[in-house]
Design a protein around this ligand. Structure first.
Ligand SMILES: NC(=O)C1=CN([C@@H]2O[C@H](COP(=O)(O)OP(=O)(O)OC[C@H]3O[C@@H](n4cnc5c(N)ncnc54)[C@H](O)[C@@H]3O)[C@@H](O)[C@H]2O)C=CC1
Ligand SMILES: O=C(O)C(=O)Cc1ccc(O)cc1
Length: 300
């Protein structure tokens, strides 16, 4: 008996640069699934991460040098923080094999595309992606094989990206468990500003506000935090470098959504001041409706 998969692997060698939460989840699922790549290569700048990935046994090869990892790969996925994606991409592009695919998983899209554009090669299709799945934890121990199950992965290929390469990356995400949608990069950044980046900004801010309160009150916040505050603290526990990069790389869309939010929060404040019950109830009902829709779509 052999457990060789009947579907042939999409790639000979898949290299994951930055096997943290997202990268190690890709490796775990690819290793378990067997239909994504015959060989899995991991590469990280941090020796402790390389050591851990080796111990976890989630790659066939672990490299310190991204050029070694990329040179013989059929697909390279950059899973490093947004601010490092274009730099690492530009570093490896010159050594990649003609026809190999370059992809990445950053949480913002337009600024990455702009920054990497001068280094792109006509014989290396570039397929930016964004799995809308994650947690507040980072690093190779935080990853798990089912992270992408039923989650959306947004793809933002360039106008001249070979459609066959986009289709291959889309199939890879289906095999990783995700649903996919193709989107324009600027539209992606506006959507993510409201559904992901602004909520994180609010979570960091509310935790900062609570922390700024007098010592006595702060300890009461910690003692009596009911589920409302507690839910914000989960998001606020996210990685500082990752979120610094996201905020700075989606500056315009995020600031626009924040301005709209502040207007709406002012409207709520006014309704509370003047006892406008209908307005307050309407806003709360809209929130409940959105939550119900998420549950129905299996996204909550
Ligand atoms: N954390 C999340 O929930 C999600 C994150 N993303 C995006 O995925 C990317 C990775 O995020 P995580 O996996 O959470 O981060 P992580 O911090 O868990 O892993 C990133 C890894 O990249 C390595 N790294 C940093 N700079 C490097 C370089 N120059 N060369 C090689 N390795 C380098 C780090 O040592 C680390 O091991 C980010 O761009 C993030 O915006 C996308 C969806 C969800
Ligand atoms: O943990 C959470 O609630 C998240 O929102 C995870 C997450 C973080 C960044 C992304 O670009 C996508 C998903």
């Amino acid at each position: 008996m052999t457990d060789t998969p009947t579907v042939s692997p999409l790639f000979g060698t898949l290299a994951v640069i930055g096997p943290g939460l997202i990268g190690s989840s890709i490796l775990r699922r690819a290793q378990r699934d067997g239909t994504i790549a015959r060989e899995l290569v991991a590469c990280d700048i941090d020796p402790a991460v390389r050591q851990r990935v080796t111990e976890l046994g989630i790659a066939n090869r672990v490299e310190a040098d991204p050029l070694h990892a990329a040179a013989d790969a059929d697909c390279v996925i950059l899973c490093v923080p947004v601010g490092a994606i274009a730099t690492v991409g530009a570093q490896i592009l010159p050594v990649m094999k003609p026809g190999a695919i370059l992809s990445e998983v950053g949480s913002t899209k337009q600024s990455i595309i702009n920054a990497i554009a001068p280094a792109l090669r006509p014989d290396i299709p570039f397929v930016p992606t964004h799995p809308m799945a994650g947690t507040e934890y980072s690093g190779p121990d935080a990853g798990f094989a089912t992270l992408f199950d039923d989650r959306w992965c947004l793809l933002t290929p360039l106008e001249d990206t070979d459609p066959a390469a986009t289709a291959l990356v889309e199939t890879m995400w289906h095999r990783l468990g995700a649903r996919t949608r193709i989107m324009d990069p600027a539209h992606h950044d506006r959507v993510c500003a409201i559904v992901s980046h602004l909520p994180h900004l609010l979570a960091f801010t509310i935790c900062g506000t609570a922390d700024d309160l007098a010592d006595e009150t702060r300890s009461e916040v910690l003692d009596f935090a009911a589920s409302g505050f507690r839910d914000f603290t989960r998001i606020a526990a996210s990685d500082p470098v990752m979120w610094r990069d996201i905020f700075l790389n989606n500056r315009e869309a995020l600031l626009e959504m924040l301005a709209r939010f502040m207007e709406d929060a002012q409207a709520m404040a006014r309704a509370i001041r003047w006892g406008d019950e209908d307005f307050i109830v309407d806003r709360i009902e809209r929130g409940r409706h959105i939550r119900r829709s998420l549950l129905e779509n299996r996204q909550a």
